[in-house]
Write a protein that binds this ligand. Sequence first.
Ligand code: MG
Length: 205
Amino acid sequence: METRIGFGWDSHAFKAGVPLRIGGLTLDHPEGLAGHSDGDVLLHAITDALLGAVAAGDIGNFFPPGDPRWKDADSAIFLKLAMEELDHAGFRIVNIDTTLVLAAPKIAPVAGEMRARVADLLGIDLDQVSIKAKTPEGLGLDHVVQCHAVVLLERVLEPDELKSMSAVIESQRQLEDVVEDLLSSVHGVPKKRVVDPVYDTEDIT
Ligand code: MG
């Protein structure tokens, strides 16, 4: 059985006046996280882990932070795009393990609900998702939330089987169609082409 591992990391600073979104949930807290999207640090880290596991780049490749389409976007969109990449590569998730690093709020009381939400978004079972949290002792980073994520994948389609699927997604343009469909399904945003996708190393998604 061919397996692959992926690692993702993300951080966002706290910001007043926005809801705190972590793991697809809105948490009760005085501040949210700054970001071009909804700032969901956990979903961003998982997205990068999934993309990394199939060597498909990172979240910035697909969702440039300067693109107005992703302003305040639900980060579930990013996760769904990463799952499309996994399907295309012929892999599925074995398990995901994550660690949030934050001073507040406490994650333990909502970790179960958060695991269920992430498992639902990924279409996997609850016991395939682990969400842990630690405080940033000694780091002086109480104003920031960080997240580390690792994912293990296993192959479900052999390369010759994938050839028959190559007509499904074989070009960047068709990949854009997948993105547009996801965006339309989540936000009802009219279709609009990205003419020249831009890679930007500044990750504010
Ligand atoms: Mg991010």
